[in-house]
Design a protein around this ligand. Structure first.
Ligand SMILES: [Zn+2]
Length: 205
């Protein structure tokens, strides 16, 4: 999970998120959470423009596992960091929204205040995580506080960062990246065109 620098809130969303969130909260209270959720349109802006803004922020990587390229081989989804079923008021709030792959999206309605938020000022990969190079697994940083290690563990579990073949996918991507790097020293590889940048930058020799 790479650190994300959040871009400025889109103006159309800034204008409407509160009203839409209140409407959703009222709807859930009246008709239940199964009554559905939709992405609204306003001034010709909507889901598509939102995905574009979020994609620009992560250079088309999943905000959590860093899979690439989102929007072509990996379908885009928008993750509500605070689940909309529990926090409907934040359902359209810019800093609650992240570009996300289908696997990380399986987190569903689970949430805990200790969960690590990739765009948080206090977040950096190395403060919380380490890598088990033999297996490709993410592990909590053993030098971090107990609290920080618990946050890292929770984040790994809820976003399933060590499941669904992710560790071996990381190892494979590093091998691929290393081979390309070695094959032509004059070639300027763009790491943004690879998955799992946090893994590659720390694992490449
Ligand atoms: Zn992901």
């Amino acid at each position: 999970m790479d650190k994300i620098t959040r871009s400025a809130e889109p103006a159309w969303l800034a204008e409407k998120w509160q009203e839409w969130g209140e409407d959703l909260q009222a709807k859930y209270a009246e008709a239940g959470k199964a009554s559905g959720f939709i992405w609204h349109q306003y001034n010709n802006q909507g889901y598509k423009t939102l995905v574009e803004a979020l994609s620009a922020m992560t250079v088309r990587h999943c905000s959590f596992c860093d899979a690439f390229p989102m929007g072509s081989s990996i379908p885009n989804t928008i993750e509500h960091f605070k689940p909309k079923s529990i926090y409907p008021l934040f359902a359209y709030k810019w800093d609650n929204l992240f570009l996300c792959c289908g696997i990380c999206q399986r987190k569903g309605d689970k949430f805990d205040e200790m969960l690590l938020k990739p765009d948080s000022d206090s977040y950096s990969f190395d403060d919380y995580f380490d890598i088990h190079w033999d297996t490709g697994e993410l592990i909590p940083n053993r030098d971090a506080s107990h609290e920080a290690q618990a946050s890292a563990l929770l984040t790994i579990e809820l976003y399933q960062l060590n499941k669904n073949g992710k560790p071996s996918d990381r190892k494979r991507e590093l091998t691929h990246y290393q081979l390309m790097k070695n094959s032509d020293s004059s070639m300027s590889l763009n790491i943004d065109e690879f998955s799992f940048r946090f893994y590659l930058t720390r694992g490449v020799s």
